[in-house]
Design a protein around this ligand. Structure first.
Ligand SMILES: Nc1nc2c(c(=O)[nH]1)N[C@H]1C(S)=C(S)[C@@H](COP(=O)(O)OP(=O)(O)OC[C@H]3O[C@@H](n4cnc5c(=O)[nH]c(N)nc54)[C@H](O)[C@@H]3O)O[C@H]1N2
Ligand SMILES: Nc1nc2c(c(=O)[nH]1)N[C@H]1C(S)=C(S)[C@@H](COP(=O)(O)OP(=O)(O)OC[C@H]3O[C@@H](n4cnc5c(=O)[nH]c(N)nc54)[C@H](O)[C@@H]3O)O[C@H]1N2
Ligand code: SF4
Ligand SMILES: [Mo]
Length: 911
């Protein structure tokens, strides 16, 4: 970045969730970035959540993969690219083009994704490219295609502000799409909109709920079929709309009526009659209703039917794509939508064209000038890894995803990868569970260095712009793929000079076969419902962007597709009742309620639900770099009810062993009201790089939806047992190499903090033994010239190591460490031996007034101790009073529910 530009704020897009918030960034003095919300971006209007705000902490070069490697040896790009191209070519020659595969990700940019898909489907000639969106959105894709004829999200974010009723089902919006949650919360304060949360778990999203329906896991279809029957019985349907714009209601209704009476719905969902009726009546009475859904719906063996059972209710009431009135599948990843658009799923072609449509395959072949276009869909993610296991696939290239953590049954998967003859992994980080299986590791540019486009949940295409110089040898993903394509002999089709070239080609592709279709000639009934929306044979049309100049591309402002004229995007689709099906009418789909794939038993009596926490992103390769994001939840945990804790003799904050038919892991017990008895919940973020035995997906089976291929990730039968240990340690170190020497007697988790790493260790050794063991190894690790302070007290022993009077490493050992009392340890690395906080290590007495404690508000950096003090000393009696006294909760606001919980806890104790 030139000197002249050094104070300039550059606009880009947050790389985490599918809200797709606009950010502005400027370089700071430490080679990092200052990041703020872009007040002009229509997704967030300046808002950001804790993850977006912490982006600046994650762009350093620490932990980055900086050079291409073959068998862990650094090589040149030339050697690496030649190796990949040669292996792929040879394997194709000997075993056919279906013996190779790409597994890609909703975290690639559209340009990367387009090129990957073009190489596999267009030139290698196999359908074997699939994406982690298979685990994420594929049930929604399949549901959309069945009902609307195309994979389309009809609504936009403004609908959330215009609605009078918002139904959040299978979505923890407060933590997973925090800026949309903020938008709803702000709107609700003015327009009194009602919010209903449908989730087996009491999540932070329930904070703004007028009604929470804790349905039994997997019972959504019963609930929505019951709603369809209710709408019919109460004549709350839009019959004109149904007649004119839809087909198939009779069959869907007949199916719904089979179990549609309230008693059957009660039995299937476990809900009270009053709760069910309250939901049904509100839905029936409220024209402006938006139903938001996400992984509680998609990640299920009946995910596609769940989606259609929701869409049925919106079709029956004519509530599709109208202001404040629409179903809304909220996407997870920043570019899951872009990937779906350019054909990243094995069963789709680019630009929403279809396998099996001869006109489409002819047009694509001509456009790409290839005679080798794949004619049949490829293997879906789980089948792809099964084919690796069985030896059918012999080479795989994994890009921007970490399947060794995120796919279910991942022990089996890791074994398959270990046996796969040729594994290529492109990642920006140097150490991930998946990279540990790579024959070839390719260094990709990370978020701050990349340039291209992403599409968010409301079909809005935004630019991601380069903010920092590229470190080491890192390259854009599209460049890496194109170079391999050239070396495989397809140079003429992959001669891109920039990402703008690729985007233009993709935009042109969306116009194939669409030239003759104008809104009037396609028989659009624009105006019928007072909507100004275009109807086209394939709504995904970017003809308005097909001739962008490099400058226009560089400056492209966020816009929602379809864009048939530059800068004239479309906010909503299907509002005119014109759908992308052959008949132009939307389809009701008969959906039957089916139980989850596996049932609980006397052996595995609890149901394990999995998902996300507020401050971590998936496998933590990036959020794990940020100390403040790592502090909110520092260890992998299991949420369970007090009843189940008692039943299985589990104590708060102690280790619990969670087992399923496939494996067992260790998690910290968190007893709360979050889960109902019989259900437990664990986040899936931790992995082999961050814990010794806490990888949740080791327990999951990978049963999948027969239509979408999406695995069931939220309903695994498990059993739990206490996992006793003799001693515990909190250890801080400048390096994260501790696990290299810890023995199997120790279980550990690792967390990044401001100056190094914090390890939490539980051990089968007696406290004294653990102390000696850790001291010996730390001493070896730190080398010469050290000064050691070793204090063995009765209940707690402490150890510290200094070099030039600065603390290098330290630990506290006890038979029962209550982590909260020892928070002062977190920030000691690098401090002087005379620092009062370091002195606390010698006396064993922390000074609470100096200690903020565990971070609760990540935006304003306010810790638990500060908040507790404000509640006690300043007698704060409300969340607002806490916020005024401490600033906590005044940033993105997603800690407000936690402030309330702390307030309740302290008030209960005081009473
Ligand atoms: N902080 C953070 N935000 C993220 C991500 C992240 O890793 N961290 N990841 C992003 C991605 S890729 C995605 S896909 C989204 C996911 O966003 P969400 O789908 O909101 O997140 P999850 O926590 O996976 O699951 C949502 C809820 O479904 C509930 N649920 C479980 N079973 C059922 C059921 O049978 N029925 C119903 N109705 N609900 C059920 C769970 O209890 C959970 O609260 O988040 C995105 N945003
Ligand atoms: N139990 C359980 N499992 C789940 C889920 C669940 O709810 N429960 N959710 C599923 C869902 S919805 C999803 S989306 C998946 C997510 O799972 P993954 O996609 O496996 O998770 P990430 O950690 O996001 O992996 C992204 C990888 O790409 C790297 N990376 C980041 N940016 C770039 C880039 O620009 N280029 C390249 N080449 N690499 C990059 C990161 O360092 C990281 O290693 O997990 C799924 N697994
Ligand atoms: S809401 Fe999503 S896109 Fe917006 S700042 Fe947070 S993580 Fe980034
Ligand atoms: Mo996802």
């Amino acid at each position: 970045m030139g000197h002249r530009e050094s104070n300039k704020w550059i606009k880009s897009t947050c790389p985490y969730c599918g809200v797709g918030c606009g950010i502005e960034a400027t370089a700071n003095h430490h080679g990092g970035l200052e990041v703020r919300g872009d007040s002009q971006h229509p997704a967030n209007f300046g808002r950001l959540c804790s993850k977006g705000l912490a982006l600046g902490e994650t762009v350093g070069i620490e932990g980055r993969l900086l050079t291409p490697q073959i068998n862990q040896q650094d090589v040149t790009w030339e050697e690496a690219l030649t190796d990949v191209a040669t292996h792929f070519r040879q394997i194709i020659e000997h075993h056919g083009n279906d013996a190779v595969a790409f597994y890609v990700s909703g975290q690639l940019l559209t340009e990367d994704y387009y090129v990957a898909n073009k190489l596999m489907k267009g030139f290698i000639g196999s359908g074997n490219i699939d994406t982690n969106s298979r685990l994420c959105m594929s049930s929604s894709v399949a549901g959309h295609k069945r009902a609307f004829g195309a994979d389309i999200v009809p609504g936009c974010y403004e609908d959330l502000e215009q609605a009078d009723l918002i139904v959040l089902t299978g979505s923890n919006l407060a933590w997973c799409h925090p800026v949309l949650f903020q938008r709803i919360r702000d709107a609700k304060a003015h327009n009194q909109c009602k919010v209903i949360v449908i989730d087996p778990r009491r999540t932070p999203s329930c904070d703004i709920a007028d009604l929470h329906l804790p349905l039994l896991p997997g019972s959504d279809i019963a609930l929505f079929n019951g709603l369809l029957a209710f709408l019919s019985e109460n004549r709350a349907m839009d019959f004109a709309y149904i007649d004119q714009d839809t087909e198939g209601l009779d069959l869907a209704l007949a199916t719904a009526f089979r179990f549609g009476d309230i008693e059957s719905v009660q039995a299937a969902t476990g809900l009270d009659r009053e709760q069910i009726l309250a939901f049904y009546q509100l839905f029936a009475a409220t024209e402006k209703t938006v139903t938001v859904y996400s992984q509680g719906i998609n990640q299920s063996t009946s995910g596609t039917n769940k989606v259609n059972s929701i869409l049925n209710c919106h079709l029956a009431t004519g509530r599709i794509g109208k202001p404040g009135s629409t179903p809304f599948s909220i996407t997870g990843q920043p570019n899951a939508m872009g990937g779906r658009e350019v054909g990243g799923l094995a069963n789709m072609l680019a630009a929403h064209m279809d396998f099996g449509n001869p006109e489409h395959t002819r047009q694509i072949s001509e456009f790409w000038q290839t005679d080798n276009l794949a004619r049949t869909p490829g293997l879906k993610a789980l089948d792809m890894f099964n084919a690796i296991e069985s030896g059918k696939i012999k080479a795989i290239w994994i890009m921007a995803t970490n399947p060794a953590v995120s796919l279910p049954d991942n022990q089996r998967l890791s074994a398959a990868l270990a046996n796969c003859p040729y594994v290529v992994v492109s990642d920006c980080m140097a150490d991930t569970d998946t990279l540990r299986h790579a024959d070839v590791a390719l260094p990709a540019q990370g978020w701050g260095e990349k340039s291209g486009t992403v599409t968010n949940s409301e079909r809005r295409i935004s630019r991601q712009r380069r903010l920092l110089p590229s470190p080491g040898e890192a390259k854009p993903d599209w460049w890496i793929i194109s170079e391999v394509a050239k070396k495989m002999g397809f140079g003429y089709a992959f001669n891109y000079q920039s990402e703008a070239d690729i985007f233009r080609e993709y935009a042109q592709m969306t116009t194939l076969g669409q030239e003759t279709l104008t809104p009037s000639s396609s028989g659009s009934r624009t105006g019928n419902h007072g909507q100004d929306v275009q109807a086209l044979s394939r709504p995904l049309n970017l003809s308005g962007l097909a001739d962008l100049t490099p400058k226009q591309y560089h400056q492209l402002a966020p816009q929602q597709w379809p864009v048939t004229q530059y800068d004239q995007p479309t906010a909503r689709l299907f509002g005119n009742g014109e759908f992308a099906t052959p008949s132009g009418k939307a389809q009701f789909i008969a959906t039957d309620h089916r139980p989850t794939a596996e049932q609980t038993s006397s052996r595995y009596p609890l149901r394990l639900n999995t998902g996300r926490i507020r401050d971590h992103w998936h496998t933590m390769t990036r959020t794990g770099l940020s100390p403040r994001l790592s502090e909110h939840t520092s260890e992998p945990y299991l949420a369970l009810s007090a009843q189940d804790a008692e039943r299985f003799s589990i104590e708060q904050n102690k280790l619990v062993k969670v087992s399923s038919e496939r494996g067992c892991i260790l998690l910290r017990a968190r007893i709360s009201k979050e889960c109902l008895p019989g259900q437990v919940f664990a986040p899936f973020h931790w992995n082999d790089c961050t814990t010794s035995m806490g990888k949740v997906n080791a327990l999951l089976a990978g049963h999948r939806d027969p239509l979408s291929g999406q695995p069931e990730l939220k309903a695994t039968p498990v059993c739990i047992h206490p996992s006793p240990y003799q001693s515990e340690a909190l250890l801080i170190s400048q390096t994260n190499h501790i696990p290299d020497w810890l023995s199997p007697q120790e279980h550990w988790t690792c967390q990044r903090n401001h100056t190094g790493y914090l390890f939490r260790i539980t051990s089968q050794r007696q406290p004294g033994q653990l102390h000696r063991y850790l001291a010996t190894h730390l001493a070896k690790q730190q080398g010469r010239g050290q000064q050691v302070v070793d204090i063995a007290a009765r209940t707690q022993s402490r150890y510290a190591q200094f070099q030039n009077s600065q603390l290098q490493g330290a630990f506290i050992v006890s038979d029962d460490l209550h982590a909260g009392d020892n928070d002062y340890l977190y920030t000691l690395i690098g401090r002087s031996i005379s620092d009062p906080l370091v002195q606390a290590l010698f006396t064993g007495k922390a000074m609470p007034e100096q200690q903020a404690g565990r971070l609760v508000c990540a935006c304003k950096q306010v810790g638990a101790n500060t908040i507790a003090q404000a509640i006690r000393a300043k007698s704060c009696g409300s969340v607002r009073a806490i916020s005024e006294a401490t600033q906590a909760g005044t940033g993105c606001g997603s800690c407000v529910s936690e402030l309330q919980m702390m307030l309740d806890d302290i008030q209960i104790k005081q009473a």
